[in-house]
Design a protein around this ligand. Structure first.
Ligand code: OOG
Length: 255
């Protein structure tokens, strides 16, 4: 890693651990996309050294609504770890987060290790289930403001996720109504087709990116396909619910 960015992974890791926002790293050094993914990997390695295990990957900016909300226009991806998972109907401890936002998502479960034989035509053989999900994003940057390179270095704001009940993968998830409620009020609504035309396309992108960046996708890992709607800030005592037609409901309480 370049000398002038070598301390960035630890700065991001500390910001997440202490729930203390930092200025954008791109203000301190010019970052290329390659630098940004290198910082992301090194910051996740710090979590792994504390015992966290890679549980999958997430894609971001897969819908126009999200790109427009954040002013960034490129697909991004980040790493998920087991410690980020919160059980369905479980609790998010708001003290551990800076300014958490919720997004409605579609998740996929891998049924076998992804190997060299994967192609666009046989990708479905690697996936067993699909579920509704909530992703909690929590940018480590002040005011949730960042450049493309900043957000990639910051693991694409990933901080927590909740999975609904796994459903059979044969359900066609290309055109499902999605609703997000906070305290029973509808706060966002959309359709799964907003996710790259079909969340399955996110899956293809995830496989492609994992290969490109040498990330081993293994049996039982998950892929979060990206939000179909803009994200919404959540606060202490909120109850967040995401409902995806045919996939069911997933909820989270903030305390
Ligand atoms: C970056 C993460 C975006 C999505 O689904 O588009 C994302 C952010 O907005 O902070 O997770």
């Amino acid at each position: 890693m370049k000398q002038n960015i070598v301390e960035f992974p630890e700065i991001l890791d500390d910001a997440a651990k202490n729930a203390a926002p930092i200025p954008q790293l791109s203000e301190r050094a010019e970052l290329s996309l390659g630098d940004a993914y290198e910082i992301q990997e090194a910051a996740i390695n710090l979590r792994m050294q504390r015992g966290e295990v890679l549980s999958g990957i997430k894609l971001g900016f897969t819908s126009k609504a999200k790109m427009e909300q954040m002013g960034v226009h490129d697909l991004i991806w980040g790493r998920l770890t087991d410690k980020m998972e919160i059980e369905n109907h479980g609790y998010l401890d708001s003290k551990r987060f800076i300014h958490p936002r919720a997004e409605p998502e579609v998740a996929y479960l891998l049924k076998k290790d992804v190997d060299q034989n994967v192609t666009n035509d046989n990708v479905l053989e690697y996936v067993s289930n699909v579920a509704a999900a909530i992703e909690i994003i929590d940018s480590r940057y002040k005011n949730f403001k960042f450049s493309l390179e900043d957000v990639i270095a910051d693991n694409c704001s990933s901080s927590a996720y909740v999975l609904g009940d796994w459903k059979d993968f044969s359900i066609d998830a290309s055109n499902l109504e999605i609703k997000m409620m906070v305290n029973k009020q509808l706060v966002q609504s959309g359709n799964s087709k907003a996710i790259l035309g079909n969340p399955l396309n996110s899956l293809l992108e995830a496989f492609r990116l994992a290969k490109q960046y040498n990330v081993d996708l293994k049996k039982n890992m998950i892929i979060l396909a990206g939000a179909a709607t803009p994200a919404v800030y959540v606060h202490k005592n909120d109850v967040v619910a995401v409902e995806v037609e045919e996939l069911g409901k997933v909820t989270l309480k903030v305390n």
